[in-house]
Design a binder for this molecule. Sequence first.
Ligand SMILES: Nc1ncnc2c1ncn2[C@@H]1O[C@H](COP(=O)(O)OP(=O)(O)OP(=O)(O)O)[C@@H](O)[C@H]1O
Ligand SMILES: [Mg+2]
Length: 293
Amino acid sequence: MLSIKNVSKKYSNNFTALSNFNLELERGIIGLLGANGAGKSTLMKMIATVSKPSEGVITWNGKNIHKDGDELRHDLGYLPQSFGVFPNLTAIEFLKYMAALKGLNMKKAKNRISELIDLLNLSDAANRSIGNYSGGMRQRIGIAQALLNDPKILIVDEPTVGLDPNERMNFRNLINSLAKDKIIMLSTHIVSDVEASAEKIVLMNKGKLICFCRNEELLNSLEGTVWECIVRENELKEIKEKYITGNIIRRNEGMAVRVISEAKPLANAVAIQPTLEDAYIYYTSGKRGEKLE
Ligand SMILES: Nc1ncnc2c1ncn2[C@@H]1O[C@H](COP(=O)(O)OP(=O)(O)OP(=O)(O)O)[C@@H](O)[C@H]1O
Ligand SMILES: [Mg+2]
């Protein structure tokens, strides 16, 4: 059980990147969703014990991880957002090196490494230097090293960056297959990444928790407030200033704009089903960034 209580992070320049954050996690896939600078990496770094809260406490199975972090680190797999590799090592050499640093039994680790190379579709490149890998392949090595110790708590910061659609899907399937009995926390600003796999979403904006809820709850909260309006091109500016707007598509009859508004925005507006992307736009728009009740 991971518990985050009243946690704030103020960086040395006095900037508050996270304020009064509270979360209790037991197991399952949790998607951290928020714009650039929302505080996702700040939160993950603190859970991974590479950064300390300015206020508040994070506990793992009841122990304060910034005072007594051995158990957490033993149970942790972490892929930082900026993950550096040693370019001269091959994938296998690198994973063996990481396994040794993690203090794993090397005999068991060798089997695990073969398994992970296979799971992450890196078999063909396993004996090539990582320095020559593509961005997406490097990212997959990052995911593999986070899984070496079969972690009970897996923190992956923007794991799908640079992955092509097939590898994105492969990653989602992998995460789904691992989710039993684990906490998997993944951050992204790509809504579809969490839509498919996350059981619960932590939606954050400017260092604040907007909601910690299931996808459906977020969608329900927008029921009846998402509209499609057909407008002329010269009306777009006004509607964008007045309302929270999403996708705009050019159609034969005019510009089709998704508008999020409690009141019907225009006479020709048609109510449509909310998507998670609508919820993301709505709650992070700044026009309505307060906590979801
Ligand atoms: N070491 C630091 N010193 C000062 N400010 C920092 C530091 N690290 C992060 N910040 C600031 O804290 C805020 C949150 O940063 P963080 O990296 O947690 O955001 P994020 O949600 O992970 O964003 P992204 O989607 O771009 O990865 C940002 O405004 C950032 O500029
Ligand atoms: Mg980040």
